[in-house]
Design a protein around this ligand. Structure first.
Ligand SMILES: [Cu+2]
Length: 179
């Protein structure tokens, strides 16, 4: 019974969503982190309870304009005060295995420095304030391809070399004509 109520709350956490296309796309979703072993699964999974405690909060929003230009915003609360986190949009949904989220979403695919950067990927690095809250925003003149952006992964340090400490499965919308 409790599980049923909470599942409904998770579904309702997506406040508004449209389809990709000429009118753009807007989406905002939030959740509280839970470990993969939680009886009631969450779309937000923590792998490191010291850096991302259970019940810490995350919100992700996406606004894609008619041009395809896309802004992704992140807000968090309840994290470790003063800690610097690295955050990226990843390709696949979260699971109990931190590796399940796959690699970073990339506008143009490549593994060299020309491709692995905040201009070609969506980076949302932030430093938690004295109360454990944080925020970040990234805007690009491109949007996502269908099925290739599925989560936001939090790492234990900024940049691309951090360990994955949490993951939030997000219903990102795609830009029509790019799939
Ligand atoms: Cu990442």
């Amino acid at each position: 019974m409790v599980a049923g109520i909470c599942a409904g709350a998770v579904a309702a956490a997506v406040l508004a969503a449209g389809t990709g296309g000429a009118h753009g796309y807007w989406m905002r979703t939030d959740a509280r982190f839970a470990p993969p072993s939680a009886l009631v699964p969450s779309a937000a999974v923590t792998y490191d309870m010291a850096l991302v405690p259970a019940a810490a909060w995350i919100e992700v929003s996406q606004r894609t304009e008619e041009s395809g230009a896309t802004t992704v915003k992140l807000r968090v609360d309840g994290l470790k005060p003063g800690h610097e986190y690295g955050v990226h949009v990843h390709q696949k949904p979260c699971a109990a295995d931190p590796a399940a989220a796959g690699g970073h979403y990339q506008h143009e695919k490549g593994t060299d420095e020309a491709h692995v950067n905040a201009a070609n990927e969506v980076w949302l690095d932030f430093t938690a304030d004295d109360h454990g809250a944080g925020a970040a925003s990234a805007r690009h003149d491109w949007g996502f391809r269908q099925g290739e952006a599925s989560s936001v992964v939090i790492h234990d340090m900024p940049g691309t070399h951090g360990t994955r400490v949490a993951c939030f499965t997000v219903p990102f919308g795609w830009t029509a004509g790019t799939s």
